[in-house]
Design a protein around this ligand. Structure first.
Ligand code: FES
Length: 192
């Protein structure tokens, strides 16, 4: 406020480029910048508030899967956050095969136990997205090629995954990703 008063009284001297005139121009510049700042904030706020996820979107960020109908040796494809999700019930032989692999021989060493939930070692939940370049591997649907290691096969560049969905051959650097999930009952999982 003191500056505004000073600016008004300084006006007659402005043409002479006095120090008062300089101060006045400073004030005008500052006032213009301040107005722009307020305007900017007013515009940005609604944009930011529109970008915040709505309650509906947050609710959609989990996926519930009823696993009761999946028989040993079968898998189903679901969708989690717009990406394919594989849920597979392993046979005792597939569990045995996974456990027989020496960890030191794996590119991305993880046990089947580490990739499943306690008490549910037969239920393998992974993203259906190849960790090489993102193709959807085969092996979840009836009759699809499961590859050399009996898990999943990515036809894009030949990555082969075993019965714990661990990378065993081909260019993929990592195992198929196990998303966050939990059993909410013996027959239901919630992913996300
Ligand atoms: S995307 Fe799967 S092997 Fe390349």
């Amino acid at each position: 406020m003191a500056e505004a008063t000073g600016a008004a009284t300084a006006e007659p001297h402005e043409a002479g480029d006095t120090s008062d005139g300089v101060r006045r121009r400073d004030f005008i510049n500052i006032a213009a910048l301040s107005a722009a700042g307020v305007g900017g904030a007013a515009v940005i706020f609604p944009l930011v508030s529109q970008m915040a996820p709505s309650a509906d979107v947050l609710a959609e960020s989990t996926t519930e899967v009823d696993v009761s109908a999946i028989q040993p040796g079968q898998a189903i494809k679901a969708v989690f956050r717009k990406q394919p999700l594989f849920v597979r019930r392993l046979t005792p032989q597939e569990i045995e095969e996974a456990n027989a692999v020496p960890l030191g021989s794996l590119r991305d060493p993880q046990t089947l136990e580490e990739r499943t939930k306690s008490g549910h070692v037969d239920m393998l939940v992974t993203m259906g997205v190849c960790t090489h370049l993102g193709c959807v591997p085969l092996g979840a649907a009836e009759g699809e090629n499961k590859g050399e290691f009996g898990g999943y096969f990515c036809p894009c560049h030949g990555s082969q995954f075993d019965t714990a969905a661990r990378i065993r051959k081909g260019p993929a650097p990592k195992n198929l990703v196990v998303p966050d999930y939990e059993f909410t009952s013996d027959t239901t999982i919630v992913v996300g």
